[in-house]
Design a binder for this molecule. Structure first.
Ligand code: MRU
Length: 344
C-alpha cells in the first residue's frame, strides 16, 4: 500500500490520521511520547497491532537522553501514560513488556546507545508485525475457496497494523495466490472503521468491496452472499474467547445460524495466555458522543443515557478457527493456542 499507517522517520513517529479518512489523507508527526499516547487515545492510530507498534515507538522517544537508574524511572512514567490509553488490545501491554525487557538488559549503556537499542527494538516489532501478517495471510488463504467472498467487521487491515493487515492480510494473500476474492465490509458503528477504513484501503488495492450497514449482515449471510466471515482480534484469551470490535459477537452468532465459517485472524502478539477466558478481558467504554453524534450532528435527544462499549467477546464455541503466523488453531483452543504460542 502506498500510504503508511505508521513510520519511524528522523527520530519522530509519523502516522496517517485515521479519524479523517476516507476524505482527507493527513500525516501527523510526533516527537515525544505524550503525543504518541494522545494519538492512540484519540484514535489517530487504532487497531491492536498498530497501537502496539506505536507504543513501542513512543517508549523509544520517551527514553531518549536517559540512561541507568534514571532511564528505569523514566520508563515507568512513559509506560504508565501509554498503558492508560486503551485497555483492551493486549498488543499494547505486550509491546511495553518487550521494550522493558530490552531496557533492563541495557541499563549500562550511555544515553545515545540506549536510545539506539530501544529504537532498534521498536523497529523490530514493526517489521515482525508485517512478517507475521504475511505468514498468517498465507495460512488463512489456504482455507478459502476460489472464488471467495468474505464478510469482515471493523478494520483489521494495513491501517490496523504495521502493514498488510490480519483479516485483510488473508484477503490480500488469497489474491496474491491468484484467487478471485471480494469483500463485504460492515460499516461498524459508531466509529465507522468498516465503511471509512476497510473500504478505503481495499479500494486503493483494487479489491472489490461492498459496504453494508451493520444490521444488514444477517440478510447477507442468509442470502448466501459470503463464503466465510473473517475478523481480527484485540485480545484472544487462552480458551479461545475473542475480544474484537463491538458487533463481532452478533456476527458470529449469525454466521453460526447460517452455517458460515467464522475465522479469527490473530497474530500471536494478540493471544493472551495469561487471560483464562473472555470474562477477564477489560472492555473499553468510549465517549457517549460517539453515539450521540453522527458526522458532527446530534442524533439523540440531549441528556439521554448512552452505553458505548468499544469491544465485545465472542465465545470460543462460535469460532471455526484462529489463524496465526505459526499455523491454524482449531478447537479445543486451550490446547491448540498454547501449542502454537509456546512453539519456539
Ligand atoms: O477501536 P479500534 O478501531 O482500535 O478496534 C480495532 C479492532 O477491533 C480490530 O478488529 C482489531 O484491533 C484487530 S486489528 C488487526
Amino acid at each position: 500500500m502506498a500510504v503508511k499507517t505508521i513510520e519511524w522517520r528522523s527520530d519522530s513517529v509519523r502516522m496517517i490520521d485515521q479519524r479523517l479518512l476516507p476524505t482527507r489523507e493527513v500525516v501527523r508527526t510526533y516527537r515525544d511520547y505524550k503525543g504518541v499516547a494522545d494519538a492512540i487515545r484519540t484514535m489517530v492510530v487504532r487497531g491492536a497491532p498498530a497501537i502496539g507498534v506505536a507504543a513501542a515507538m513512543g517508549v523509544a522517544l520517551g527514553i531518549k537522553g536517559f540512561a541507568g537508574k534514571r532511564a528505569e524511572t523514566r520508563f515507568n512514567t512513559v509506560a504508565k501514560a501509554l498503558r492508560a490509553t486503551r485497555p483492551t488490545a493486549v498488543n499494547l501491554a505486550w509491546a511495553l513488556e518487550r521494550m522493558e525487557r530490552v531496557l533492563k538488559e541495557n541499563l549500562s549503556l550511555d544515553p545515545a546507545h540506549l536510545f539506539r537499542r530501544m529504537r532498534e527494538e521498536a523497529l523490530a516489532i514493526y517489521r515482525e508485525d508485517i512478517e507475521a501478517n504475511r505468514a498468517l495471510g498465507r495460512f488463512g488463504a489456504e482455507l478459502l475457496p476460489d472464488p471467495c467472498t468474505v464478510l469482515t467487521h471493523c478494520n483489521a487491515g494495513a491501517l490496523a497494523t504495521a502493514g498488510y493487515g490480519t483479516a485483510l492480510g488473508i484477503v490480500r494473500a488469497a489474491r496474491e495466490s491468484g484467487r478471485k476474492v471480494s469483500v463485504y465490509a460492515d460499516e461498524t458503528r459508531p466509529f465507522l472503521q468498516g465503511s471509512r477504513l476497510t473500504a478505503w484501503e481495499l479500494r486503493k488495492d483494487r479489491i472489490p468491496v461492498t459496504v453494508i450497514a451493520d444490521n444488514m449482515a444477517a440478510t447477507v449471510l442468509r442470502g448466501g452472499r459470503v463464503n466465510c466471515v473473517i475478523v481480527g482480534t484485540d485480545r484472544t484469551a487462552a480458551n479461545g474467547d475473542v475480544a474484537n470490535k463491538i458487533g463481532t459477537y452478533p456476527l458470529a452468532v449469525m454466521a453460526h445460524r447460517h452455517g458460515v465459517p467464522f475465522y479469527v485472524a490473530a497474530p500471536l502478539s494478540s493471544i493472551d495466555l495469561e487471560c483464562p477466558s473472555g470474562e477477564r478481558i477489560p472492555i473499553e467504554e468510549r465517549s457517549p458522543r460517539e453515539i450521540a453524534e453522527f458526522a458532527g450532528k446530534q442524533v439523540t435527544p440531549k441528556g439521554v443515557n448512552i452505553f458505548n462499549p468499544a469491544f465485545d467477546v465472542t465465545p470460543a464455541e462460535l469460532v471455526t478457527a484462529i489463524i496465526t503466523e505459526r499455523g491454524v488453531a482449531y478447537p479445543p483452543y486451550g490446547e491448540s493456542l498454547r501449542a502454537l504460542k509456546e512453539r519456539a
